[in-house]
Each structure stands twice: as structure tokens, then as C-alpha cells.
Design a protein around this ligand. Structure first.
Ligand code: PGA
Length: 237
């Protein structure tokens, strides 16, 4: 399977961000899949600005298929607008919008039902890391999120919360330990797919981070909103 590099623009962008990143590309024979998860209103604009080798991603999806759910956007709508990848369970959704692993499980099923490729995000907060309970935390979070997903294929991003947007990238042994655990849990749950790392990945550290054993790519926040994203794609490939 190809490596995967995803960008997550969060709510940190404007239409100007497309102009800044419009030349980002992936060579035809390249061994990496690339997507950028943009805010909903930008999805229909995406192909106007971006190179066609960059796939469209969404940052969230409703846990409902359709109905009277004001403010929600369903997986079928995303698929109709050409979205390929969708982030599910990002820590900002879990923490700020109180999404539970049960919600995330329902979202994963909605996404898969409509042909989207979900990127499930898991990762521990700093207190769990300090207490040395991060392994149990990740195991529980992953297990609850993937109930009933046997024999499916999804990608999983390990994103320690303390590394997101903090400039405090996880160390290679920490990343390798978590990626190895997630791969084992995926095998046990009969789930296939890639395991990637996210949390303060930059144009400067991407080359070193890509040496982490078992790292199939990156999920990138801040550094995906500018030309640095190209350097990260190149480092992963
Ligand atoms: P960051 O964000 O690269 O800015 O740390 C990563 C993420 O939130 O996915």
C-alpha cells in the first residue's frame, strides 16, 4: 500500500490558503497518497484550485445518514462532492465537541457505507503519558471506536494530544511504540489499513520522523496550510 500524507486545515484557512498551496503536487509514479481535509464550504472549490493528484478530505462527518439534523453534513453528501478521505475522531472533536468513542464508531460506519475512506484519530492526553498509562488509553480508545468494523479497511492516525499544535513532536521510540500497538490492535480486530503519525510534523522534522519503524505517513495540521506541506510529502515519499 502507498504511504499516506494528509493535511488538516482545521478552521485556520481562507481562500488565500488555496493560492498559497496550489502548486503542491505528487509525481505520477510517486508512492504516496495525499489529501487535504478542508472546511465544508471549501470542498466544492477544491478542484478549482488544487492539483488533481491531491485528494479532497473532510474534517468531520455526521453520525446520521440524513434527516432533520440542522447543521450536520452526511457522508453521502461528502461523497457526492468528490470527498475521498474523512477525519473521524480528531482529538479536537473529542475534546471540544464532546464526541464519544460511540459517536466515532457510528461515524466510521456511516463513512464506510458511503464509500469514504476514514482516517480514525487516536492518541493520549499528556497526563496519561506522564502516568505511563498511554498504552491502556490507546487500546481502550481504539477498541471502542472500531466495534463491529471487522474485515474493513481504514487508516489510523496516532496523534498524541500533547504533540498537536504544540511544537512538541513525539520522540521516535514513543511513535514506534504506539504505531506498533495500533497495528497489533488492527490485526486483532481484522482491520487493514495504514498507520500514520500526527502532531507538530514540520518541513524540518518530517525526514527524521519518516524513519520511525512502521510509520506509513503523516497527518499534518499547521504545516499543511503553506508550501511546507510539499516538503513533508517529499520526505514521506
Ligand atoms: P499540527 O496538527 O500538525 O498542527 O500539530 C496535527 C493535527 O491536528 O492533525
Amino acid at each position: 500500500m502507498k504511504k499516506l500524507v494528509g493535511g488538516n486545515w482545521k478552521m485556520n484557512c481562507t481562500l488565500e490558503t488555496f493560492k498559497e498551496t496550489k502548486d503542491i503536487s505528487v509525481s505520477r509514479d510517486c508512492c504516496v497518497d495525499v489529501f487535504i481535509a478542508v472546511p465544508y464550504p471549501y470542498i466544492s472549490q477544491f478542484s478549482k484550485y488544487m492539483n488533481e493528484c491531491i485528494k479532497i478530505g473532510a474534517q468531520n462527518v455526521s453520525k446520521f445518514d440524513s434527516g432533520a439534523y440542522t447543521g450536520e453534513v452526511g457522508a453521502k453528501m461528502l461523497a457526492e462532492y468528490g470527498v475521498s478521505y474523512v477525519l473521524v475522531g480528531h482529538s479536537e472533536r473529542r475534546q471540544i465537541f464532546s464526541e464519544t468513542s460511540n459517536d466515532i464508531n457510528t461515524k466510521l460506519k456511516c463513512a464506510l457505507r458511503h464509500g469514504l475512506r476514514p482516517v480514525l484519530c487516536v492518541g493520549e492526553p499528556e497526563n496519561e503519558r506522564i502516568a505511563g498509562s498511554h498504552i491502556d488509553f490507546i487500546r481502550k480508545q481504539f477498541g471502542e471506536s472500531v466495534v463491529g468494523l471487522e474485515n474493513t479497511s481504514i487508516d489510523v492516525a496516532y496523534e498524541p494530544i500533547w504533540a498537536i499544535g504544540s511544537g512538541k513532536t513525539a520522540q521516535l521510540p514513543e511513535i514506534e511504540e504506539a504505531l506498533q500497538l495500533i497495528r497489533k490492535l488492527m490485526l486483532e480486530s481484522k482491520i487493514s489499513g495504514r498507520v500514520i503519525y500526527g502532531g507538530s510534523v514540520t518541513a524540518v522534522n518530517a525526514r527524521d520522523l519518516s524513519k520511525a519503524n512502521g510509520c506509513d505517513g503523516f497527518l499534518v495540521g499547521n504545516a499543511s496550510c503553506n508550501k511546507d506541506f510539499q516538503k513533508i510529502i517529499d520526505a514521506a515519499s
